[in-house]
Ligand binder design. Structure first.
Ligand code: URA
Length: 202
């Protein structure tokens, strides 16, 4: 499903155009559109989530749903300038199971993440961030190739498959799913990782 004539794009815009027609995995069939990254194309800090959710799929922009709001609100509260960040996802199509009128989010699998690494790799070559913040296990796997549990790795910097530096943290949707004290503990860890990432990169 990789087009024979696909030559690596030379600009971010060309990459975005090619990705809009991507059929490397099956997620393109049910999703509304490819959700490409956005932000500062020369950012020192890149933030990588898992995949677009329902809102992202409809609006065509990353981090515009509830988890994205949690991320962006905390960046604002910590005084971290969003104009200095490139926001993207490990997988660029929404994966879901239809339930009546609703679309229930599903995690992309290792194969889907691996296919989509092509696009993430291109974004990384164009942006060349000093540091990347990986939100959750899917982003961690996309960037580092390692699938072992996130808990002992969170808050630490690992080397990405492409040699870059990756700081691992929770996915914001995890914080939204937890209750009470667990949620506030995870939120504090998340905020401390945002601070550390911004401090190291920007
Ligand atoms: N929005 C995104 O674009 N990605 C995520 O991982 C979560 C919310």
């Amino acid at each position: 499903r990789i087009p024979a004539d696909e030559t690596p794009p030379e600009t971010m815009d060309a990459a975005r155009d090619q990705a809009a027609r991507c059929t490397r995995c099956d997620l393109c069939h049910a999703a509304t559109r490819t959700v490409w990254g956005e932000g500062n194309p020369k950012a020192d800090l890149m933030i990588v989530g898992e995949a677009p959710g329902d809102q992202e799929d409809l609006q065509g922009r990353p981090f515009v749903g509830p988890a994205g709001k949690l991320l962006r609100d905390n960046l604002d509260q910590l005084g971290i300038d969003q104009d200095r960040i490139w926001f993207t996802n490990a997988v660029k199509h929404f994966k879901f199971a239809p339930r009546g009128k609703r679309r229930l989010h599903q995690n992309p699998d290792a194969g889907e993440i691996s296919h989509c690494r092509w696009w993430l790799g291109l974004e990384r070559r164009f942006v060349r961030p000093r540091l990347t913040l990986a939100l959750g296990a899917s982003a961690a796997f996309a960037l580092t190739g390692r699938r072992d549990p996130l808990s002992p790795r969170r808050g630490k910097v690992e080397v990405a498959l492409d040699g870059g530096a990756v700081l691992l943290t929770w996915h914001p949707s995890r914080i939204l799913r937890l209750a009470d004290t667990e949620a506030s503990a995870a939120l504090e860890e998340f905020r401390s990782d945002l601070r550390l990432g911004a401090h190291q990169a920007i």
